[in-house]
Design a protein around this ligand. Structure first.
Ligand code: NAI
Length: 337
């Protein structure tokens, strides 16, 4: 029976890479029906609402969505639609696998999965200005909320992921030396959960600043990384840079009743509309979606074809050093399928 999936093409390069991804999914014979919806700047322009009710209803009904990048105005305007979607659907774990696909770079053996707590920390959204005298913006304050409940389910997800995927080690990344309460609580919860997995999954913890250096020097030392929201956001871009850039970095947002699959990258305004964006990250996100839907065979067929196209090096997009367009790259994958 076919599965209906909410499809949000998104802003900037979103529509281009989404079309390329759909063509690849069609070519592999994935049994999917698309329920097309809008969000982000395109929805704000059309409906005066960056997250229309119809989009939320569609995700609620289908429980699975494939989403292109959404524009978020910096410093002003509407709040991040991505953050709002994560909150609305309780998408507590953000899963971002990164391994070397384009060989011949600085590293050969990187194979890291970052599990980021997706709802709390500094992205919780409790921010305000403080007026002092005549200056309404004399200061600004953000609350970093960490709960035992939220930490527990994100960290547990990381350990369960490690067990399910045969991975050996979980590294919890924190800043508990300075932020003793919030980051300290996250670390305490991690240490408790680690005891339950002793003998099955190794556990270690690292302070974020040292971790940033170690990831750049010796990324092959890491396996599954679990961390709080802001650190996870930053480290996942860092790790994608270790394996060839944002163009090949997929992500999954997982919750108890819905899951949203997307690329790690944004709308790439500098190349939007030029037809040169790499659709690889969204195609790989679609593979994570197929895995989630139980169609691991087709997911693996697409991944194998994509890896082969990249190994050949004749049809690479500009971010990978080639000259191929978005659709030529997708055509090459389809030909391989
Ligand atoms: P970005 O990820 O859009 O771009 C960073 C750099 O990577 C740019 O040079 C861009 O050309 C390049 N790049 C990104 N994806 C690429 C691809 N598929 N192929 C080739 N090159 C690619 O980050 P930026 O510029 O900081 O953000 C732009 C907008 O995207 C902002 O409005 C931001 O809020 C939004 N954004 C949305 C995300 C989402 O919806 N999940 C995630 C990150 C940013």
């Amino acid at each position: 029976m076919s599965t209906t999936v909410t499809l949000i093409p998104g802003d900037g390069i979103g529509p281009d890479i989404t079309e390329a991804t759909i063509r690849v999914l069609d070519a592999v014979g994935a049994d999917l029906v698309w329920d097309r919806q809008m969000a982000g700047a395109s929805a704000a322009a059309r409906y005066n609402d960056p997250i229309p009710e119809a989009t939320l209803d569609s995700i609620k009904k289908n429980r699975v969505a494939l989403k292109g990048p959404l524009e978020t105005p910096v410093g002003e305007g509407y709040r991040s639609v991505n953050v709002a979607l994560r909150k609305t659907f309780d998408l507590y774990a953000n899963v971002r696998p990164a391994h070397v696909i384009l060989h011949g770079g600085r590293f050969e053996k990187v194979d890291i999965v970052i599990i980021r707590e997706n709802l709390e920390g500094l992205y919780y959204g409790a921010e305000h200005y403080i007026r002092i005298g005549d200056d309404p913006k004399a200061a600004a304050e953000s609350v970093a909320l960490i709960t035992r409940y939220g930490s527990d389910r994100a960290i547990r997800y990381a350990f369960e992921y490690a067990v399910k995927h045969g991975r050996k080690k979980v590294t919890l990344v924190h800043k508990a030396n300075i932020l003793k309460y919030t980051q300290g609580l996250f670390l305490d919860v991690g240490r408790e959960i680690a005891k339950e997995y002793a003998g099955r999954v190794q556990f270690e913890d690292r302070i974020i600043d040292a971790m940033a250096m170690q990831l750049v020097l010796k990324p092959e030392n890491f396996d599954v990384i679990v961390t709080t929201n802001l650190f996870g956001d930053i480290l996942s871009d860092l790790v994608s840079g270790l394996v060839g850039g944002l163009g090949l970095a997929p992500g999954a947002n997982i919750g108890p009743t819905a899951a949203i699959f997307e690329a790690v990258h944004g709308t790439a305004p500098d190349i939007a509309g030029k037809g040169v964006a790499n659709p690889g990250a969204l195609i790989l996100a679609a593979c994570l979606m197929l895995d989630h839907l139980g169609d691991t065979v087709r997911a693996e067929r697409i991944r194998t074809a994509l890896h082969a196209v990249i190994d050949e090096r004749t049809m690479l997009t500009r971010d990978l050093g080639g000259t191929a367009s978005t659709s030529q790259f997708a055509d090459a994958i389809i030909a391989r399928l």
